[in-house]
Structure formats: structure tokens, C-alpha cells
Design a protein around this ligand. Structure first.
Ligand code: PEP
Ligand code: MG
Length: 582
């Protein structure tokens, strides 16, 4: 493993933007040691057990309600599942039986019984189930803590920077109540629960700092730079000064940005660039609206529904899409078909040697027409106001589009036969995120109504660099000459076919990249709701004729360094200067 850390600066992955300065709270789940000592009073032990179960249930109910409030009902279902285990009479029955029979400390029996579930999940080899097994740890420790009549929530001081190996969704929510300033974790990528929640709640987060818990001590002063994925441990005066100023600027800048909400997204010389929002959580639509989104450019349906539990049925999907479409009306909303596989959880038990090159996105959907058609029908029905568009992920060939069109027609006639109301007209688009699709973009454009460039995947496939692997993260280069040449090709090809092209990958929200993208001819971008106003600010600070020239120069350059330096220099010249590195 290459070490990327120098001095007191630890480098990780920038998971949620923002800057925080605060004291470290090393958040580790105490490893609960239990002994198997004999007990004399079985009745008393069972009474204690029931009290502990009731208390745990009360606590989890509280977390569940908080989750509904903060994350929406779909995601809160994770906690509902935990509650179900807690309420399961079989679980209690087994524990009580063993207390009576073995006459052992109830803590020991609880530990051993609930660990059985965990072992099964861990042994499954399924990433999703492994992750869920930590949640089971949560329940187990909660019951044992309550058997000991201990409280732990009171230990969490307010306004700290939480440093942990990993954070469960329950922790993230509880810590939000403690006004947590930032998150730093050892494991997890951009798509981890903690990262998604942090982004939605606007809390800076840096993940993937492998040595975080060993290099950071309880109470250390920390600076978390969620823009650059950096954590500074016990900063010196100069570093503190630099970031205090930055934080002040950021607060001032945030207030300034809000004033842009209703202003047009247009360059100084009059070119309009449409900015839409990407949605990972249903509640984010409010943030998108508050930040003046001109529509929704990407709904990650696999995230909205947390399909790892089970696929939502047609009615449930219909309700969700309809609600989102109504909220954003009269603007448009692009709903993307389930993008399952790769680093995203599969709801089926499947081990692939190379999941990123495997059964992913459109491939999996076309092999499962029932799942695919259910989603298509829900969208056709929800499109009451004609403002929903449908987008396909991971497309690599024309055939995938034509096969989808056949399924759409089948879905329509099935709905018609059953007398269900739906809208005939559904615009179909594709993500361009596979090199073959990029090469063929002009040809593919003939078959669709719009195109959206998914740079997160396009870069990984083009450069053969895993987007989630921190060992090679320096090779994952947005500004690799091949990347910008490919983007140019896609834009030109789609324009020649009069098909609109947008970009919804993370690159579209990168302040350094925005002038280049506008210069390359992109006239629409889709970014996280929290990045919307910043993108608008940049667009309103540039001239199209200048960035066109900038883009032309970048296209002549041979290394990513040259391009990056050029773009950084240009960005600094705009005097927005907010996210510039130290
Ligand atoms: C992308 O690949 O750029 C994209 C937007 O899709 P996702 O991040 O959901 O894979
Ligand atoms: Mg993608």
C-alpha cells in the first residue's frame, strides 16, 4: 500500500464536502465481554431479560422514528428489520429456554444466540449481508448493555468530529443529534451509508483513512477538509489560521450563494447552462428545490428504495415516482432504471469474480424482464404530468436499447389490457458510462431522446481504474487527456444528432471541471443538491468564449497534470477561490 500521508495530514476519500474544526471523538463500539457464570435465580434472570428487551425496543423505536424523519421511510426500514429481530418471539423463546436449562448468565446466552444470526450472515460471503451483520452487533450490544443497565448515549459529547473504523446507519443518526461536526472513517467509500447520509445532512466526511484510529487520539484537535479528503491532526497555528479563515469564507459564501437561488444559470456572455440535481434519498428533493434546481437529472432508484431488502412492487414504485414528479413539476425528472451490481448491492445470492465487469445495470435488467417491466409500468403510470423521463444505466450497445423499447411496448399493452391508466409518451435516454457506448455515442443517439454522461463509471472503465480502490485512487483521473477527449466526442456526436447531452457524474460538480465542461459545449449538468448553487456561481462567473478557448487548449495537452494545472489556474483567476487547496 502506498502511503499518501505526510506530517500531520492524513489523506482519504472526500465523501461529503465542507470543512469542520473540532475535537476527535474516537467512536468505537466497546467489545462486550461476557462471562458464562452460573446463576441461581432463573426467574430474576428472565425478568431482567424482558426488561432489557423492552428497553432496547424503546431505544430502537426512537431511532426508527428519527430515521423516518431524517432519511425517509424506505431507508428507515433497516431499523424496522432490527426491531423485528428484537420482537421475534422465537429469539426470546430460545434465550429463555437456554437460561432455564443451562442456568447461565443471560448476557452470555444473549451473546451466543444472537451471534448465531451473525455467523450465518458473515458466512454468506455477501457484501450486503456482511454489512447488515454489524447491525446485528448493534442489537446484541444494546440488549447486553441494557441487561447491565448501562447507558452510553450520555457519553457522546456535542459538536465533536467522530472518528471510527466504520459507522452504522443507527450511529450516524444518533450522532446527528449530538450535533456531530464531521465524520472520519477507516473503511467505506463514496457510496457507503455514512457517506450518503453525511452528504444529505450536509456534514463534511472523509472516508478510507486506513490508519485513522491509530493516528488520531481521543480529544485531538482535528481539521476535516471534506472537499479534498484531508484530515489534519493537531494542526499548527498556520494550518488553523488557514482553515478558520476558510470556514469563515465558507459560511459567508453559503449565505451569498443562497441569493443565487432564483437567478438564471447563465455565463457572463449569455450562454444558458441548465443545472439539475441528482437524488439518492427521497428527502433530498426538498434541498434540490430550496437550491433552485431546474429539474432532477438523475434519480438513483436503487438507492431510493434500498433494493437490497427486496424489490419494491409496482404500486410502491408508482407512489414514489409520482410524488417526486409532482414535487418537481413543471420541471422534468429523469428516473434511472435500477443500476444493480458492481459495487451496488445485489438482492440475489450471487458471487462474481469481477462484479464491475459483470452482471450490472441494463444487463441484469434485461435478464430479469419481470423486475424491469414492473419498474417500467410504475413509471408509465406515474407520468401523469408528462414530466418523467426514463434512463438506462450501463448501456454498451444498440441492442440493449431496442430490447428495452420492446419491453416498454409490452408493458404498455399489459397495462392497457388490465385497464390501468398510464401515459403513452415516455422519453427514453441512456447513460454513457462504458467506453463502447462512448465510441458509438452518435449511433446510440439515433435510438434515444437524450444522453447523460456518467463520468464516475466512464473514468473507471476508460482508464481501467477501480473507482473505489484507494490503492490506485491517484490513477483515477478526471482530467486524463483520454477522458476529456472522450467527453468531447460524446458531446459532438450527440449534438450532430440533435440529441441533448448532459453529465450527471461527480465530475459535473467539480469546481475546477465546470469551466472546462461548459467550454467543451455541455449545456446541462446534474449535481448533488448541495453542490447546485456553487455550480451556478461558477457558471455565472465565466465567459463562454473564454472557456471555449480554455477547453481547446486543454484538448491539446498530453498529461493530466498539465490540464489540471491549467484549469486550477483558470479557476483561481475567477476569484471564487473557496475550495482551493492549502
Ligand atoms: C456515473 O457512473 O457517473 C453515475 C452517475 O452513476 P453511479 O454513480 O450511480 O454509478
Ligand atoms: Mg454509473
Amino acid at each position: 500500500m502506498k502511503s499518501k500521508n505526510t506530517g500531520n495530514v492524513l489523506k482519504g476519500i472526500a465523501a461529503a464536502p465542507g470543512i469542520a474544526i473540532g475535537k476527535a471523538l474516537l467512536f468505537s463500539k466497546e467489545i462486550v465481554e461476557v462471562d458464562d457464570s452460573e446463576i441461581v435465580d432463573v426467574k430474576e434472570a428472565i425478568k431482567n431479560l424482558d426488561e432489557a428487551l423492552a428497553k432496547s425496543q424503546k431505544e430502537l423505536n426512537k431511532i426508527f422514528n428519527l430515521a423516518i424523519d431524517k432519511l425517509g421511510e424506505k431507508r428507515a426500514a433497516i431499523f424496522e428489520a432490527q426491531l423485528m429481530i428484537l420482537n421475534d418471539p422465537v429469539v426470546r423463546g430460545n434465550i429463555v429456554e437456554r437460561i432455564k436449562k443451562e442456568k447461565k448468565n443471560p448476557e452470555f446466552i444473549v451473546d451466543s444466540e444472537i451471534s448465531k444470526y451473525q455467523s450465518l450472515m458473515l458466512a454468506s460471503g455477501e457484501e450486503y449481508l456482511k454489512e447488515r451483520s454489524h447491525d446485528i452487533d448493534d442489537i446484541k450490544n444494546r440488549i447486553i448493555r441494557n441487561l447491565r443497565k448501562k447507558r452510553w448515549e450520555s457519553k457522546i459529547e456535542k459538536g465533536m468530529v467522530v472518528v471510527a473504523r466504520t459507522i452504522t446507519p443507527a450511529d450516524t443518526l444518533l450522532l446527528t443529534r449530538a450535533a456531530t461536526k464531521a465524520y472520519v472513517t477507516e473503511v467505506g467509500g463514496l457510496t457507503s451509508h455514512a457517506a450518503i447520509v453525511a452528504r444529505s445532512l450536509n456534514i463534511p466526511a472523509v472516508v478510507g483513512i486506513l490508519e485513522a484510529s491509530s493516528k488520531i487520539k481521543q480529544g485531538d484537535n482535528l481539521i476535516v477538509d471534506g472537499f479534498h479528503g484531508k484530515v489534519i491532526v493537531n494542526p499548527d497555528n498556520q494550518q488553523l489560521e488557514f482553515y478558520r479563515k476558510k470556514l469563515e469564507d465558507l459560511n459567508r459564501y453559503g449565505a451569498e450563494l443562497l441569493k443565487l437561488k432564483n437567478l438564471p444559470s447563465v455565463t457572463l456572455d449569455g450562454k444558458e447552462i441548465k443545472i439539475t440535481a441528482n437524488l439518492d434519498l427521497p428527502n433530498e428533493i426538498e434541498v434540490a428545490l430550496n437550491n433552485g434546481a431546474e429539474g432532477i437529472g438523475l434519480v438513483r432508484t436503487e438507492q431510493i428504495f434500498d433494493i437490497a431488502e427486496a424489490f419494491p412492487d409496482e404500486d410502491e414504485q408508482f407512489e414514489t415516482y409520482k410524488n417526486l414528479a409532482e414535487k418537481i413539476y413543471p420541471q422534468q425528472i429523469i428516473v434511472r432504471a435500477f443500476d444493480i451490481g458492481g459495487d451496488k448491492v445485489l438482492p440475489v445470492d450471487l458471487k462474481e469474480p469481477n462484479p464491475f465487469l459483470g452482471w450490472r445495470g441494463i444487463r441484469l435488467l434485461l435478464d430479469n424482464p419481470k423486475i424491469f417491466k414492473t419498474q417500467i409500468k410504475a413509471i408509465l403510470r406515474a407520468n401523469i404530468h408528462r414530466n418523467i423521463k426514463f434512463m438506462l444505466p450501463m448501456v454498451a450497445s444498440v441492442k440493449e436499447i431496442t430490447r428495452t423499447r420492446v419491453l416498454i411496448e409490452e408493458a404498455k399493452s399489459e397495462l392497457e389490457q388490465s385497464g390501468v391508466k398510464f401515459n403513452e409518451c415516455l422519453k427514453l435516454g441512456i447513460m454513457i458510462e462504458v467506453p463502447s457506448a462512448a465510441v458509438l455515442s452518435g449511433m446510440l443517439a439515433e435510438y434515444v431522446d437524450f444522453i447523460s454522461i456518467g463520468t464516475n463509471d466512464l473514468i473507471q472503465y476508460l482508464l481501467a481504474v477501480d473507482r473505489g480502490n484507494e490503492m490506485i485512487s491517484d490513477l483515477y483521473q478526471e482530467f486524463h487527456p483520454s477522458v476529456i477527449k472522450t467527453i468531447t466526442h460524446i458531446i459532438e456526436e450527440s449534438k450532430s444528432k440533435k440529441v441533448s447531452a448532459s453529465m450527471c457524474g461527480e465530475m459535473a460538480a467539480d469546481p475546477i471541471a465546470i469551466p472546462l465542461l461548459v467550454g467543451l459545449g455541455l449545456d446541462s449538468i446534474s449535481v448533488a443538491p448541495s453542490a447546485l448553487l456553487n455550480a451556478k456561481k461558477i457558471i455565472r462567473s465565466i465567459r463562454f468564449d473564454e472557456v471555449k478557448q480554455l477547453a481547446a487548449e486543454c484538448l491539446q495537452m498530453e498529461t493530466e497534470n498539465e490540464i489540471k494545472n491549467k484549469l486550477t489556474e483558470f479557476y483561481n483567476g475567477l476569484k471564487i477561490n473557496l475550495m482551493e487547496d492549502s
